[in-house]
Design a protein around this ligand. Structure first.
Ligand SMILES: NC(=O)C1=CN([C@@H]2O[C@H](COP(=O)(O)OP(=O)(O)OC[C@H]3O[C@@H](n4cnc5c(N)ncnc54)[C@H](OP(=O)(O)O)[C@@H]3O)[C@@H](O)[C@H]2O)C=CC1
Ligand SMILES: O=C(O)C1=N[C@H](C(=O)O)C[C@H](O)C1
Length: 273
């Protein structure tokens, strides 16, 4: 990591992506952050161009690169919303640079999560399947409602996203499912029922079901349904602007500046613990 200044230098990965572009805009706008690097995958056709121009706007003085080693060496924080494989590779370089790694990428498997756990021995990793304030509040509410309602209240989680999303259930749906299971003092792995099809048999008491809808430009919608006899409680979050995720990630990058190595989440950043 280069010498720390008051305003942390941020590297954004995957700047050609939906979240990458939103992050570049908001890091540049934020007086508490500086954009010091813009990364894309190797050989991307944006390499060598000013990131502002590549995004269709005015130049901002930061050149897009695919040289992750030298770009991450300049970072105090790396904000990363890409793919599981890319995130694992960036984690190694970010840990070597002793920079804060803020990870929004979803769909990581257990081996990839274990890898991040090892990287977090060298520098802080802040990871959440959803970086918005609203969803992180909803996670706490879900835990409480699940604890308050008995097993005769069936829990189902329904999520909707845009047609380009590649993973299901969403990272947010899994966070909500984990909170619901915790509220009942159980592990989600023991209760989880993925999308149903065919002759499934009747619903197993205490299970937590997941359903995913994909279409159009839906930013992200999540319902946690508690279905009882004669009534239902529905906790809902609707995202209408990706800026909510980017703002949370930038807040995490700033928050992480004085933290030691370890794994953190948005509850830590937002003080919800
Ligand atoms: N935690 C949260 O709050 C949120 C999480 N997300 C998650 O963030 C991730 C990205 O979402 P979104 O921006 O919509 O997706 P996009 O597909 O728009 O962007 C992904 C970016 O990653 C880049 N990329 C793909 N493979 C590699 C690689 N091997 N090395 C380097 N870069 C690579 C893509 O480059 P290329 O264009 O060349 O393929 C692209 O720039 C998803 O996992 C999503 O679920 C999204 C929103 C909020
Ligand atoms: O891919 C997305 O777009 C989103 N992904 C995250 C998830 O998997 O929950 C967060 C948000 O819902 C948008």
């Amino acid at each position: 990591m280069t010498a720390t200044t008051e305003v942390p230098g941020i590297v954004v990965t995957g700047v050609s992506g939906r979240m990458g572009q939103m992050l570049v805009r908001l890091v540049l706008e934020n007086p508490e952050t500086r954009l010091v690097g813009a990364l894309v995958r190797e050989g991307h056709d944006w390499v060598g161009r000013d990131v502002g121009e590549a995004m269709g706007g005015a130049p901002v003085g930061v050149i897009v690169s695919d040289d992750a080693v030298s770009v991450i060496a300049k970072a105090q924080a790396v904000i990363d919303f890409t793919t599981p494989n890319a995130t694992v590779a960036y984690a190694e370089l970010t840990a070597q640079a002793r920079a804060v790694h803020v990870i929004g990428t979803t769909g990581l498997d257990q081996a990839q999560l274990d890898y991040l756990n090892a990287a977090a021995r060298h520098a802080p990793i802040i990871r959440a399947g959803n970086m918005s304030l609203g969803v992180n509040l909803l996670v706490g509410l879900t835990r409480k409602v699940a604890a308050a309602l008995g097993e005769d209240w069936d829990i189902e989680i329904v999520e909707a996203h845009h047609r380009h999303k590649v993973d299901a259930p969403s990272g947010t749906a899994l966070m909500l499912g984990e909170a619901a299971a915790e509220g009942r003092g159980k592990a989600l792995a023991d209760l989880r029922v993925p999308g149903r099809e065919g002759i499934t048999g009747a619903r197993e008491a205490g299970s937590i079901g997941f359903a995913a809808i994909r279409g159009g430009d839906v930013v992200g919608e999540h319902d946690v349904i508690f279905a009882g006899a004669g009534e239902r409680v529905v906790l809902r979050h609707l995202a209408t602007d990706r800026a909510i995720f980017a703002r949370g990630a930038i807040r995490a990058a700033i928050w992480g500046q004085d933290k030691g190595p370890g794994e953190y989440d948005m509850d830590d950043v937002l003080g919800l613990n």
